[in-house]
Ligand binder design. Structure first.
Ligand code: UGB
Length: 622
């Protein structure tokens, strides 16, 4: 039987580099010259453990070749290749192990930005300006994340934002962009409506199912050409402080991979040519947002108005943040050499930075009951011109970090494999001091209610901190809509506090409306007249544009659906048994996952439901 050494020398391959890796050495004859080069790189980067379990030639040869196909992909999709990835990882892992302060030399202070109060005169002015500007905007949804903390098996954008109508996050986002598109055209008296571009960053984990969700729902009313899916590549996982690449637990002939972080969106928009296309198409603003914040579009018109009015190159939307809340803090960092920047300091970095710069208590609330640093909710608005110019310089590369979950304080071993990540909100780090970087603060009740935590972890958040769960996400929609109707003059009964999956939340009347019914506060006010009231147990779903509430007294469930040509006046006393809330335990697998993770469902006992599909003026008077 010909030895491995004979086999490879016959092929003119010098296998000396693998002499210390016998299982690789004996399989070299299977590999192409390119694969041999990759094998050399892996051995040189001390990744020989990847071949420890490799059998004799003739066994699993297909898998061995597939392994190198994957290595080739990982090598080509990362600037500088895998060797550069491993080198960068070693540096960042050693800094993380030693607890090196990533902001060495910088002192944090509270920056100044635009503080908005929902519904007041200034807010309404900024909303008007934002709607006017919207036709020059493009939207970018980053939706490549696995959602490990949520533990939901589906893609997060397919989750119902609320279960009164069941509209999922992606439907809600698309309907908001379409409503903005139409409203912006109308207020500028535009002849032709410009299609607002909508890009979605996906990953291997979310791409196919996002596509399927769009196709099986006719793109939720958007023109298919208006939507672009950009898939981010994954990066290799690291199993220890020496940046040894981790093998895939499901297949030992594969390297485990995970998404590289939402920071990839900048390089992807640049390298795909989408930004250039948008610039040619006259786009002026690029709005970035995340996958499960069901309140976000209530804050977008005003924050876009702030960007346009203030001429911000970068405008981050922020909310008052509780200390220790898992969102970054918008911070002004001033270096001993005089440099300064307004930047997000991520939630795992803020406490060590504060302790290292003369704040012995670290990340704590101040007299307001909140952290002095506004909370970053990763809703970013870039002015396309300066943004594109900057990306021409950087290619969209964003400074990386590593956030290993250590087994214990010795930081010698990881709970699970980690990877290098980058964050989209770090874009301003490379900007010149002349760049106009600002932020807009709004109350969390109107702007921020993400769905990130599974029920168990949500129930464990520090008392008084938001749960960031499917329960709090849905209940926040009802609270925001109820408070907005109150501000518009409707008597909305107070909420009751109830517990679902161990989380105590305020349960307001279940009020929901289509984006085109109430895009801005001014829109809502136009649709409310006279004296109306809604009891706490009620459900109100407004699924149409021209539905006018006048002297309505609601104590039960009312669902009104209307076509664009129909004008419906709703009034009088609507009283019925309504839709009761029934508790569901998240462990009860007989209930669909997207329902049991929120801990409740509706018993639709009785409702008044009316549809007006024909054009015309109608009155629904009970
Ligand atoms: N995402 C991707 O598209 N690709 C990836 O590789 C990773 C994520 P997480 P995170 O909401 O308040 C951010 O995991 O990163 C998408 C900010 O950093 O939900 O822990 C993913 O699909 C933090 O400052 O959040 O924290 C999702 O849409 C704060 O703003 C989005 O990126 C926090 O969000 C965010 O991913 C927040």
């Amino acid at each position: 039987m010909e030895s491995a050494t004979e086999a490879i020398s016959k092929l003119g391959i010098n296998g000396d580099f693998a002499s210390s890796v016998p299982n690789l050495h004996k399989n070299l004859s299977l590999l192409s010259p390119d694969q041999i080069e990759l094998a050399k790189m892996l051995v040189a980067m001390e990744q020989s453990h990847l071949f420890n379990h490799w059998p004799e030639p003739g066994v699993d040869d297909g898998e061995k070749k597939a392994f190198f196909d994957q290595v080739a992909r990982l090598n080509s999709s990362y600037p500088g290749g895998l060797a550069s990835y491993i080198k960068t990882a070693r540096g960042l892992l050693s800094d993380s192990k030693t607890g090196k302060n990533p902001f060495d030399g910088f002192t944090p202070s509270v920056p100044t930005g635009e503080n908005l109060s929902y519904g007041d005169e200034t807010f309404v002015k900024f909303e008007e300006a934002g709607v006017k500007e919207a036709q020059n905007a493009a939207f970018v949804l980053v939706a490549g994340g696995l959602g490990e903390r949520l533990g939901y098996n589906g893609i997060k954008v397919a989750l119902p934002r609320e279960t009164t109508t069941g509209a999922c996050f992606l439907q809600h986002y698309i309907e908001n962009v379409l409503a903005l598109q139409e409203a912006s055209c109308k207020v500028t008296g535009g002849q032709s409506e410009r299609d607002i571009p909508f890009a979605i960053m996906t990953s291997d984990d979310t791409h196919a199912r996002t596509m399927q969700l769009l196709e099986s729902n006719k793109y939720f009313g958007m023109k298919p050409a208006q939507i672009k899916l950009l898939k981010q590549e994954k990066v290799a996982c690291l199993e220890d402080n020496d940046a040894r690449l981790a093998l895939d637990p499901q297949n030992k002939f594969r390297i485990q991979t995970k998404p590289h972080g939402h920071g990839d969106v900048h390089a992807l928009l640049y390298s795909s040519g989408v930004l250039e296309e948008w610039q040619r198409g006259g786009v002026r603003w690029v709005l970035f947002f995340q996958d499960t914040n069901g309140l976000l579009f209530k804050a977008i018109p005003a924050s876009l108005g702030v960007s346009a009015t203030k001429g911000y190159h970068v405008n981050s939307l922020a909310v008052p943040r509780k200390a220790k809340e898992a969102i970054g803090g918008i911070t002004k960092l001033t270096h001993t050499d005089g440099r300064s920047m307004v930047i997000n300091v991520e939630y795992n970095q803020l406490d060590p930075l504060l302790r290292a710069t003369g704040n012995p208590d670290g990340d704590v609330n101040c007299e307001t009951g909140y952290s002095p640093f506004p909370g970053n909710i990763n809703q970013l608005i870039m002015e396309l011109g300066p943004y594109f110019e900057e990306l021409k310089k950087t290619g969209g590369a964003i400074k990386e970090f590593v956030n290993p979950k250590y087994k214990d304080a010795s930081k010698t071993a990881f709970k699970s494999s980690t990877r290098l990540e980058c964050m989209m909100q770090d874009y301003p780090k490379t900007l010149p001091p002349s760049a106009r970087v600002g932020f807009t603060v709004m109350d969390a009740w109107v702007a921020y209610a993400p769905v990130k935590n599974n029920p168990e972890d949500a129930a464990k958040v520090p008392k008084g901190n938001p749960y960031h769960s499917a329960t709090s996400g849905e209940m926040a929609v009802y609270r925001a809509n109820s408070l907005i109707l109150r501000k518009a003059g409707v008597q909305v009964e107070d909420p009751v506090r109830q517990e679902f999956n161990g989380q105590e939340v305020e349960v307001w009347p279940r009020v929901v409306w289509k984006p085109k019914w109430g895009l801005t506060f001014a829109d809502v006010k136009k649709k409310i007249a006279g004296s109306s009231s809604i009891s706490q147990k009620s459900t109100l779903a407004l699924k149409g544009r021209n539905i006018f509430i006048e002297n309505l007294s609601l104590d039960g469930a009312l669902v009104v659906e209307s076509g664009d040509g129909a004008e419906v006046k709703v009034g009088g006393s609507v009283k019925n048994k309504g839709w009761a809330i029934e508790k569901v335990d998240y462990k009860d697998t007989s209930v669909p996952e997207e329902i049991r993770i929120r801990g409740f469902r509706f018993q639709k006992t009785e409702q008044l439901e009316k549809q007006y599909t024909e054009p015309g003026k109608f009155e629904l008077k009970a």
